[in-house]
Write a protein that binds this ligand. Structure first.
Ligand SMILES: O=C(O)C1=C[C@@H](OP(=O)(O)O)[C@@H](O)[C@H](O)C1
Ligand SMILES: C=C(OP(=O)(O)O)C(=O)O
Length: 427
């Protein structure tokens, strides 16, 4: 396995433009594919997760062209559901934003599909979404374990019935059914059971649907109503914002390594909830400046520990867990149970790796408490095929030399050239 040894860092300073958002790229690609008209997508993310969605669209007969950099894509919409004459096996890696939305959208139309992926995908739940689709009449079978991919979907006409979906494991289930709902061509009411997690991702979904001409009534995240007369229309051109979760590593570097670090591509105009990561850095004592499309962070000296519910920013919250090494006191990150069903069990992985660095870590079912050591111990960090483990532990190099990141290439899921860009703003 490859590994990357980082030099001891003492300073972060400069400007970086962040690649496009994974969450927006995959939502926009899917809606462009089923909408009426041609959509030109700018600043598309070029990474493994988006590649899986693009490959799926190719197999489903969607016509699109990418520019040489693979950041502009012209998609010819089908004006209706994805369909295929023959049986199709579609490999989606470990991309939740491809697996969940496609599992819902492919129940419409016609054809037989096997949705599969990496081994870890077979451990990531999808039962709550499939139950809701089955209530609409969908024909879905589990190929291995009940409640998990791989799935076999036999598309058939569905009928709108009021449907309930469990919200406490992943917001992607609700996102998936919301995005597919206009294919029903009948009014649909979706009610949410349990406490909906990761709510800001639903705002991203509703925003993208709106750009494609479909309005959803949001009754305080308890229920959602989609009028049956709406259908997706291409907006013509659409720009993907920079990825706010990817921005978190650079913003945190500004808070730990002096700064200022200015990140372009996200700002007050962003629809992504993860821009609220900057508020957490402010509470830790950092100075944050914002404009519509950039955020800048600077700070000298140690940070302050925080004790916060970070359910609304589950991805960027991982960056706080490593920033806690640079804070005075004990940092507690709460209400993050679903870290356990993402790329790896992130609560367990974070605990193991922070302990290697000498931190005192308490691992709860749904929280982490982190007390930094007097002196961080150099260590080789295992990344568990989790891009965010690799990216957030790069920050540990501000504490000591001898930080080794095992399998740094795993950042390809959302940020293939992360380490090159991180190098440019750190010394
Ligand atoms: O809808 C999305 O684009 C995402 C939702 C979140 O997942 P959960 O809703 O499972 O927390 C997030 O962690 C993931 O990276 C992307
Ligand atoms: C949880 C993540 O990914 P996915 O979209 O596969 O759920 C993530 O990117 O942190």
């Amino acid at each position: 396995m490859e590994s990357l040894t980082l030099p001891k860092l003492s300073q972060a300073h400069g400007e970086v433009t962040i690649p496009g958002s994974k969450s927006l790229s995959n939502r926009i690609l899917l809606l462009a594919a089923i909408s009426r008209g041609t959509t030109v997508i700018d600043n598309l993310l070029d990474s493994d997760d988006v590649q899986h969605m693009l490959q799926a669209l190719t197999q489903l007969g969607v016509r699109y062209e990418l520019n040489a950099e693979r950041t502009q894509c012209r998609v010819v919409g089908l004006d209706g559901p994805l369909a295929r004459g023959q049986s199709e096996t579609i490999f989606l890696g470990n991309a939740g934003t491809a697996m969940r939305p496609l599992a819902a959208a492919l129940c419409f139309g016609s054809g037989e599909f096997i949705l599969t992926g990496e081994e870890r995908m077979f451990e990531r739940p999808i039962g709550d979404l499939i139950e809701a689709m089955q209530a609409l009449g969908a024909n879905v079978d589990y190929q291995q374990s009940a409640g998990f991919p791989p799935l076999k979907i036999s598309a058939q006409p569905l009928t709108a019935a009021p449907v309930a979906i469990e919200g406490s494991i992943s917001s992607q289930f609700l996102t998936a059914i919301l995005m597919a709902a206009p294919l029903l061509k009948q009014p649909l009411t979706i009610s949410v059971t349990g406490e909906l997690v990761s709510k800001p991702y639903i705002d991203i979904t509703l925003d993208v649907m709106q750009r494609f001409g479909v309005t959803v009534v949001n009754n305080d995240y308890q229920s959602f109503v989609i009028d049956g007369l709406q259908s997706y229309q291409s907006p013509g051109k659409i720009l993907v914002e920079g990825d706010a979760s990817s921005a978190s590593y650079f913003l945190a570097a500004g808070a730990i390594g002096g700064g200022p670090v200015r990140v372009h591509g996200v700002g007050t105009a962003s629809v992504q909830g993860d821009i609220r990561f900057a508020e957490v850095l402010e509470q830790m004592g950092a100075t944050v400046l914002r404009s519509e499309n950039w955020i800048e962070v600077a700070h000298q000296g140690p940070l302050k520990a925080i004790d916060l519910d970070l359910n609304h920013i589950p991805d960027a919250a991982m960056t706080i867990a490593v920033a806690a090494l640079f804070a005075e006191g004990t940092t507690v990150i709460r209400n993050i149970y679903n870290w356990r069903v993402k790329e790896t069990d992130r609560i367990a992985a974070m605990t193991t790796e922070l302990r290697k660095l000498g931190a005192i870590v308490e691992e709860g079912r749904d929280y982490l408490s982190i007390t930094p050591p007097q002196r961080v111990t150099p260590a080789a960090i295992d990344t568990y095929k989790d891009h965010r483990m690799a990216m957030c532990f790069s920050l540990a190099a501000f504490a000591t030399d001898g930080i080794v990141i095992n399998d740094p290439g795993c950042t390809a899921k959302t940020f293939p050239d992360y380490f090159e860009r991180f190098n440019k703003i750190t010394s």
